[in-house]
Design a protein. Structure first.
Length: 256
């Protein structure tokens, strides 16, 4: 029988528990993944019980309340707080999503918060997305043309623009590269070194579908590979978890 050992210091342990709710009726506990590679210690879950009347309604509001008022060492990414930048992507209550769009009231019981799965962790809730960024750069995500540039912008018909934006605003151009989909995909977990994953393939389709782009054949040739594209097995985790309601699986099917 095969035996496997976890890497040193990989087992997540229980950390400290802090209660600052002071007996409040509207109290809730947040279990945050904590990891600092500089200490050499195991990752842990620290629990913070807070009064929800003291913060906003979203999970990000609670994390920022904890950071600003309870434990300033908590580390996370965030920026727009409006579901536009994708910075606050993390795993909340077992699902990848954006902390700024996740209502606290949707989570029953304690709120467990970890970084996006299957990525190296820089610190606490901050994953290392350099590999994903390099894969994004590999699809050359900019418009390629050979025809002379027009005097003004390159125009599209409303029908062509709808291919990018979607009739409901949920087309491929709405992707914010939060990587919730790729980090929820088992095929990407297993083959992330060669499979581009749903977030990058959705972006690739965005340029393939753009009628102003003149390199469709070249883009398709770049994806014609047993791993880059065809390691998608239509598991559908990507579409299920997308916090923007997009459909990466459909975009991948269109490319195929």
């Amino acid at each position: 029988m095969a035996e496997f050992r976890l890497p040193k210091n990989s087992e997540v342990q229980e950390g400290r528990a802090v209660d600052v709710a002071k007996g409040a009726k509207n109290a809730k506990t947040f279990r945050l993944y904590r990891y600092d590679p500089d200490t050499g210690e195991n990752p842990r879950y620290d629990s913070y019980t807070i009064d929800l009347d003291q913060c906003g309604p979203m999970v990000l509001d609670a994390i920022l309340y904890i950071k600003n008022n309870v434990d300033s060492s908590v580390t996370l990414r965030r920026s727009c707080r409006e579901g536009i930048c994708g910075s606050c992507a993390m795993n909340i209550d077992g699902s990848n999503t954006l902390a700024c769009l996740k209502p606290i009231e949707e989570v029953k019981g304690q709120v467990k918060i970890t970084p996006l799965p299957h990525l190296p962790v820089i610190k606490d809730l901050v994953p290392d997305v350099n590999h994903l960024a390099a894969q994004y750069a590999s699809i050359e995500p900019w418009m390629k043309t050979e025809s002379p540039a027009p005097a003004r912008e390159r125009l599209q018909s409303p029908e062509d623009a709808e291919l990018l934006n979607g009739a409901d605003g949920k087309g491929p151009a709405a992707c914010i590269l939060c990587f919730c989909c790729s980090t929820s995909c088992p095929s990407y977990w297993w083959n992330g070194d060669r499979f581009l994953g749903p977030s990058i393939l959705l972006q690739a389709y965005r340029w393939i579908a753009d009628t102003r782009d003149e390199a469709t054949g070249e883009r398709l040739d770049q994806l014609e590979d047993p791993f880059r594209l065809y390691r998608c097995h239509t598991i559908m985790n990507c579409t299920k978890t997308c916090p923007k309601g997009l459909n990466p699986a459909k975009a991948i099917a269109e490319i195929k």
